[in-house]
Design a protein around this ligand. Structure first.
Ligand code: PDD
Length: 286
């Protein structure tokens, strides 16, 4: 089946969806994106992702080409047309095509480019890594300093991920000034004596939508949460660790820079939070 994608208001076969070589995302990395997960054909944390999209657009003075109802209708249409049970929807807004290359932003009449496509991932909620846990290495965080804006400038996270793969592990945790910021494409957590520790929100990290939901569920379940940064050494001495993201939900981390955490198997807090997150998010899915 040929995938149907969305481009500027049109549903097209993926082979027919074309964007200009002058598009600002292509030449300048001048675009923002969101990834929304789909379970049983329904969208998870949709409102949170829309709120963050608006925040990213506002931070870059970029126009939003669609309203929330428009995004919801389009994403549901893509899910239906591509027969997605479990999977992801990628959404990208760029500053559009000024017709040439220029560092100066294009005039107001240049319309943003809006692209959306689905990725089918059958069994997304039952991924093997949820049971085995992830192994990570630490890598210096060399990204720019507005990581709270979800831009398509993903070269450094991609390089860090490749470094992890070359080291024979799953992912990298990024470290700046001796403290973990986040994973290449996820937020990072440790658990010590029952307390969940994760870096506080600032320009240093992406304000994860899954993070917000998981911390809310943790509070509701009377789990103790501390929002502060931590070192790799502290993480290696923790009882357990995990990451959160729209595509991985809550996934345990069992090894950091070759040091196994606890028994080297997924810890009870991560396992429980994953269950709660999936249960509650499925209930609230739209
Ligand atoms: N990545 N931190 C970074 C750097 C990320 O790229 C992501 C998401 C997160 C988690 O955010 P959320 O819970 O809202 O997905 C944290 C997405 C999934 C991606 O790039 O594919």
């Amino acid at each position: 089946m040929t995938r149907t994608v969305y481009l500027n208001g049109e549903y097209l076969p993926e082979t027919e969806a074309k964007v200009s070589i002058f598009d600002r995302a292509f030449l300048m990395g001048d675009g923002v994106y969101e990834v929304v997960s789909v379970l049983d054909g329904k969208l998870l944390d949709f409102d949170g992702h829309m709120a963050r999209l608006q925040r990213s657009l506002d931070a870059l003075a970029m126009k939003n080409p669609l309203d929330t109802a428009g995004y919801l209708a389009a994403q549901r249409e893509l899910v239906a047309r591509n027969d997605i049970g479990d999977g992801l929807i990628y959404l990208q807004v760029s500053r559009g095509n000024p017709g040439d290359r220029d560092f100066v932003f294009p005039p107001a009449e240049v319309q943003p480019t809006l692209v959306m496509f689905t990725q089918s991932k059958p069994g997304l909620a039952d991924s093997p890594t949820a049971k085995t846990g992830l192994r990570v290495i630490s890598v210096q965080d060399l990204r720019w300093h507005r990581r709270d804006i979800k831009t398509v400038q993903l070269l450094y996270p991609s390089l860090a991920k490749m470094e992890a793969k070359a080291a024979g592990v799953d992912d990298a945790w990024l470290v700046e000034d001796g403290k973990v910021t986040e994973g290449t494409s996820n937020n990072a957590y440790i658990v010590k004596d029952g307390k969940i520790i994760t870096r506080e929100l600032s320009h240093d990290i992406l304000h994860g939508i899954t993070r917000a939901a998981v911390l809310r569920f943790a509070h509701e379940a009377q789990m103790s949460v501390e929002e502060r940064s931590f070192t790799i050494q502290e993480a290696q001495q923790a009882d357990e660790a995990f990451i959160t993201s729209a595509s991985g939900f809550v996934t345990p981390v069992v090894e950091i820079d070759g040091v196994k955490l606890g028994a080297g198997t997924p810890g009870p807090v991560a396992v429980r939070l994953r269950e709660i997150y999936l249960e509650e998010s499925r209930k609230a899915a739209v």
